[in-house]
Design a protein around this ligand. Structure first.
Ligand code: URA
Length: 210
């Protein structure tokens, strides 16, 4: 199995992330960078995809050429910020099936509660990539992966932009079989569960809300 945490340290990823963190970066700029960075992260999170071969004809001769094995991938976005990562990845993997999971935090228990779930069929046969830009407390990520496993998913990866040590530890404890790929591991969480130094509320920054 690949290692539990992969930090993508490619200079283009680090540079783009720095611009995204800046508070003066506009909504349009943030969105554009998120799309670009998601392509680079998608490259990393799909590194272990299993290959098989098929027989093809080049203009010169017949060959056994590599192709990705199995059913189409499933990309699962945790609403709403996951959609920002999803768009870029879909450009690279246009045939992927797409699922959505919506969770809100119960104000009393502070636990995530499901309000929406729509997943592709045959999750048990698909390589699944869950996307959410911020792995903060890990509560919603763990709950989303619980839901995916209940739907039969087995081969799951989690892709985010920023992770906190608390979120990574929580994911590792709850889902040690799910590798996490991130562009950076930040220092921690503030009292409101925001990643520090972070980039603020990812959904607000990509959609221009407050
Ligand atoms: N969600 C966000 O959008 N930002 C954080 O820092 C933590 C959770």
């Amino acid at each position: 199995m690949p290692q539990h945490l992969t930090i993508v340290t490619h200079p283009l990823v680090s540079h783009k992330l720095t611009i995204m963190r800046k508070k003066e970066t506009s909504t349009a700029g943030f969105r554009k960078l998120l799309r670009e960075i998601s392509l680079l992260l998608a490259y990393e999170v799909t590194r272990e995809l299993p290959l098989t071969t098929e027989t093809i004809e080049t203009p010169i001769e017949t060959m056994e050429a590599p192709v990705i094995e199995g059913r189409k991938l499933a990309l699962v976005s945790i609403l709403r910020a996951g959609n920002g990562l999803l768009d870029g990845i879909l450009e690279l993997i246009p045939a992927a099936r797409v699922g959505f999971i919506g969770l809100y935090r119960d104000p009393e228990t502070l636990q995530p509660v499901e309000y929406y779930k729509k997943l592709p069929e045959h999750m048990e046969d698909r390589y699944t990539i869950v996307v959410d830009p911020m792995l903060a407390t890990g509560n919603s990520s763990v709950a989303a992966i619980d839901m995916l496993k209940a739907a039969g998913a087995k081969n799951i990866r989690f892709l985010c932009l920023l992770a906190s040590p608390e979120g990574v530890a929580r994911m590792k404890a709850a889902h040690p079989d799910v590798p996490v790929v991130t562009a950076a591991l930040d220092r921690g969480l503030d009292d409101h569960g925001y990643i520090v130094p972070g980039l603020g509320d990812a959904g607000d920054r990509m959609f221009g809300t407050r």
